[in-house]
Design a protein around this ligand. Structure first.
Ligand SMILES: Nc1nc2c(ncn2[C@H]2C[C@H](O)[C@@H](COP(=O)(O)OP(=O)(O)OP(=O)(O)O)O2)c(=O)[nH]1
Ligand SMILES: [Mg+2]
Length: 508
């Protein structure tokens, strides 16, 4: 029988007092000490600038002025609420069996862990959402071959191989990997490994190639989950929590399910709020999409949602919309949410319980909500309608193109810093700016915290299997690319726009 309590450790990367390693485990330190440590994590997270910056980052609509439309922060609060609901439902479903799984007395701790993971899950996302990630990746992919240490130099085969892997990493920027870097290196939140592990969504280092579809752990390695720069931190976390490399920590599945449930409804509500869709049109689209997805199962009209079929549920939401005169759209979505949230949360919870062995092992190779069930069809229906009828309308695509231009344009402005030799760049942080007219001014705009993180990373040139180190020139340029990615991805949408305008000498 898997015992989760043996994996709940209060170990952090840095401890002020020396503690014996086994006293970190909840079995030794007790539930009260665990809760106290998690409360401390909670404070660190809520008080972090990275969480505050989410208020000005894109969820779906870049640079949105209407504060009722979701930002990454308000989305994350909704995910937090859904995550807490899932945890409570799991404990209800487990009942007395919680003891057998080592979860006795751990409800409060589990709830806190999942809630905070939900609040933090998007902190690594760059401005302009998915498009921002693409813009950073494309720009680096294009520019990296121009940087001499990446294309020239006498390297041995091991050095050449690692250089190739680092190049692969730098051209695949990923918000989830950046979140691990933010927590461990940039903000140095010094959270318990336990809390950080709950957002460790993908388990592949960005230097590794994406595994073939269908191979073991392919889903968990679908995207890069951490960068080479954080490999030691991740190894420390895996050791502290007894995680097999390539596997997840069990509670991460809950954060992922809460995110899926929250955004699939919210994105449509925002679409209606922005008058991209009407409730009438949306209702027809949802019914048709669900019917199509369930056709092979022949149960499109089955009363699977608290005694109602999906179509009936949509119709009664529409009825509320027609009857209500003041807050019509709100009524529609309240009705939809009330009808769907319980079945979806119960489904996520029972998938967790039914797959508890694989979930505890961290090798369940799919999302909890991903199966052949009507609940999964609902999530898929909501997502597909959003993709086709909200994300791809001209207004949203125009904003995405603007976001792309802003990010690539900003990187272009900062490119002179990447083109300097290692010695010239060193002169900049030593304060000697002679002959570095443009570059010194660009350098002064970099956040000092990020420059310190660069210097700290620079000091740890990796060893190779043959007992040699990677060439310092290659490593330094990798660190400098990371520095630019840290700076760009840490910006909010508005800050990125302002900075772009300022450097391009465009008025507001
Ligand atoms: N504007 C726009 N928004 C999109 C598009 N595709 C997805 N979204 C929205 C839907 C969700 O609200 C949000 C999901 O963003 P994330 O970057 O967190 O992605 P997700 O959690 O699905 O994947 P992850 O595994 O974290 O990379 O982005 C798109 O093509 N355009
Ligand atoms: Mg995400």
């Amino acid at each position: 029988m898997p015992d989760l309590s043996s994996r709940f450790s209060i170990q952090r990367p840095y401890h002020s007092r020396e503690q014996a390693p086994d006293s970190y485990l909840v079995g030794r330190c007790g539930v009260r000490v665990l809760e106290k440590q998690l409360e401390s994590d909670r404070g660190r997270i809520i008080n972090s600038a990275a969480v505050r910056r989410l208020q000005q980052k894109t969820q779906v609509f870049p640079l949105e002025h209407n504060a009722a439309v979701r930002s990454r922060l308000t989305h994350s609060l909704e995910v937090q609420q859904t995550g807490r609901f899932i945890v409570r439902t799991i404990f209800e479903q487990l009942g007395d069996r919680a003891t057998a799984y080592g979860l006795d007395g751990l409800e409060r701790a589990t709830e806190t862990l999942v809630e905070m993971a939900c609040l933090m899950h998007d902190i690594g996302n760059p401005p302009f959402g998915h498009f921002g990630e693409e813009a950073i990746s494309h720009w680096f992919e294009r520019v990296l071959p121009e940087l001499s240490p990446f294309s020239n130099g006498h390297l041995n085969p091991q050095q050449t191989a690692l250089r190739g892997e680092l190049l692969r990493e730098l051209s695949s920027f990923e918000g989830n990997a950046q979140a691990i870097r933010l927590i461990s290196q940039l903000q140095k939140l010094n959270l318990t490994y336990l809390q950080t592990a709950c957002i460790f969504k993908y388990t592949r280092c960005a230097t590794e190639a994406k595994p073939a579809k269908g191979s073991p752990l392919a889903y968990l390695k679908k995207k890069p989950g951490y960068y080479f720069s954080e490999r030691k931190f991740v190894a420390g976390m895996q050791e502290a929590l007894d995680m097999v490399p390539g596997h997840r920590f069990p509670l991460t599945y809950l954060m992922e399910a809460a995110d899926d449930i929250a955004y699939c409804m919210a994105d449509l509500e925002d679409g209606v709020d922005k008058e991209i869709l009407t409730c009438n049109h949306l209702a027809a689209l949802l019914k048709a999409q669900y019917r199509e997805l369930r056709a092979p199962f022949g149960d499109a009209d089955a009363p699977g949602f608290r005694g109602k079929s999906f179509a009936d549920l949509i119709d009664s939401a529409l009825g509320r919309w027609q009857r209500e005169s003041i807050n019509k759209e709100h009524e529609f979505f309240v009705s939809l949410r009330v009808g769907l949230i319980h079945p979806l949360v119960e489904h996520a919870a029972s998938r967790f319980v039914d797959n508890i062995d694989a979930v505890f092992e961290g090798n369940l190779n799919r999302a909890l909500l991903e199966d052949d069930s009507p609940c999964h069809a609902v999530v898929e229906t909501l997502k597909r309608v959003a993709i086709r009828h909200v994300f791809s309308v001209a207004e949203v695509e125009t904003l995405e193109l603007q976001g792309y231009r802003i990010i690539s344009g900003l990187l272009e402005h900062y490119k002179p810093l990447l083109m300097l030799t290692m010695e010239q760049f060193e002169r900049l942080y030593q304060g000697d700016k002679r002959g570095l007219l443009i570059e010194s001014r660009l350098f002064h705009r970099l956040p000092p915290k990020h420059v310190k993180a660069y210097l700290s990373l620079l000091g740890s040139v990796p060893w190779l299997v043959d007992g040699e180190k990677l060439s310092l020139e290659v490593w330094e340029r990798y660190c400098r690319c990371r520095l630019l990615q840290d700076m760009i991805s840490g910006m909010t949408d508005q800050f990125a726009l302002d900075e772009y305008k300022a450097l391009s000498v465009i008025g507001s």
